[in-house]
Design a protein around this ligand. Structure first.
Ligand code: FCB
Length: 411
């Protein structure tokens, strides 16, 4: 492992804390009965002790924008102080903070008045960025936006996430605006924070045709691979974003983001099989098949560790360090969780042996949490949470992960 390799765990604020002013709170009625989610907003000091127990040297977490700016003209300084406290506690323990500015959720006013497909969104987001970057102290690693393409697919194509649209034309506008925000936020961060390392967290999936012999399954896989995995990386490489949906003409846009990533964050979970189905939107049917015999996870996803090598190889085209900003499994079976971690860290080691410049690995997630489309049933945590009593319990996967980290940090 390279020196100063970041061994961490990742979380997002909303999934642990909830927030009364977030778009998702109104969106998902399951949150009505559990608005505090894991009660992490109150219990954060206890939860942060788990980091020490695990022995991680880095922690990725996010700001809940709707707590910081609950109304368009209202800033909650207490909320900013809360996140500053987390940063300070981490430094006290020798743990490197990695901070995400935007992880899926928005203040309700933003989504209502300035949704991403409106150009006015850019300025509003940057006001928030400028405010927090000029206030918070002690953060070197920043992620501007978590998984822009997931937000896009969920919020603008499938409609399963706020704002719940199914409009490819709006999706393209939203993507353009999010990337413009990334580029501007990159500049703001560098002008206000000497030595900042700025990236995005890009969800990359292994993608394969359902029926290898079927030309349309293969064509769909190629298009999806290009759009979902590659187009963002290519935009950072050459400043041109090429968007192509199945059976539609490709769209090309100049976006000033060329070179504007100091590291590439990759979130990797699974492989997706694609099948042409004329009765589905854009003719695409997604499937998860257990081809490697590792079993599916509780989210129904295939466990496919070698896919990590493939996506990292593509990400390495950018020639900037790569950080695996999320990788994890939803399961109540600790042995399965341990095997998942081992298999993916083995894959990461093979990447390093092959000269791919990976600088960190963050397991998703520290504790169980609210999962966007699935509510409270999925168990990604190294520590379990009882969502009624808020009791936390260490899993044997936590013990395994800390053994692994220890072994690597010492060698
Ligand atoms: C990723 C999200 C993260 C979490 C995991 C399971 O796509 O970034 O918030 O929900 O999936």
């Amino acid at each position: 492992m390279p020196d100063r390799f970041l061994w961490g765990v990742a979380t997002s604020a909303f999934q642990l804390e909830g927030s009364p002013n977030a778009d998702w709170t109104a969106w998902d009625e399951r949150l009505r009965s559990k608005p505090n989610v894991t009660n992490h907003y109150s219990l954060y000091k206890k939860d942060l002790k788990f980091l020490k127990e695990l022995g991680v040297n880095a922690y990725r977490f996010s700001l809940e924008w709707s707590r910081i700016q609950p109304e368009e003209d209202q800033w909650d300084t207490e909320a900013v102080r809360h996140y500053q406290d987390i940063v300070d506690i981490l430094h006290g323990e020798g743990i490197e903070p990695m901070l995400t500015l935007h992880h899926f959720t928005h203040p309700r006013w933003f989504l209502e008045k300035y949704p991403w497909h409106e150009d006015r969104s850019v300025k509003k987001f940057l006001v928030y960025v400028e405010k927090v970057v000029s206030t918070l102290r002690g953060v070197r690693y920043w992620i501007t936006i978590n998984e822009p393409y997931v937000l896009l697919l969920g919020g603008y194509l499938d409609g399963c996430m706020p704002p719940g649209l199914r409009e490819p034309a709006s999706a393209v506008k939203a993507l353009k605006n999010m990337l413009l925000c990334h580029g501007e936020a990159y500049d703001i961060l560098h002008s206000l924070n000497q030595g900042a390392e700025v990236g995005v967290a890009h969800n990359m999936a292994a993608i394969a045709p359902c029926r290898f012999w079927h030309p349309l399954d293969r064509a769909l896989s190629r298009i999806a691979m290009f759009f979902y995995n590659h187009s963002l990386i290519d935009a950072f490489l050459n400043g041109t974003l090429r968007v192509r949906f199945p059976f539609k003409k490709a769209i090309e846009m100049e976006i000033p983001v060329k070179g504007k990533v100091d590291f590439m964050g990759v979130n990797y979970y699974t492989r997706i099989h694609l099948r042409f189905n004329p009765f589905r939107k854009m003719g695409v049917e997604l499937r998860h098949q257990d081809e490697d015999g590792h079993g599916l996870t509780d989210t129904g996803w295939e466990v496919h560790p070698t896919g990590l090598e493939r996506v990292l190889r593509y990400a390495s085209k950018l020639k900037v360090p790569i950080i695996i900003t999320e990788n994890g499994i939803a399961t109540r079976d600790d042995q399965k969780k341990i095997k998942f971690i081992k298999a993916h860290v083995d894959a990461l080691e093979r990447c390093l042996e092959n000269g791919i410049d990976v600088r960190g690995y963050f397991y998703w997630s520290l504790i169980d949490h609210y999962e966007w489309l699935r509510g409270f049933d999925t168990r990604f945590g190294l520590y379990t949470v009882d969502f009624t009593t808020f009791e936390r319990k260490r899993t044997s996967a936590a013990t395994y992960y800390s053994y692994l980290i220890n072994k690597n940090l010492k060698s």
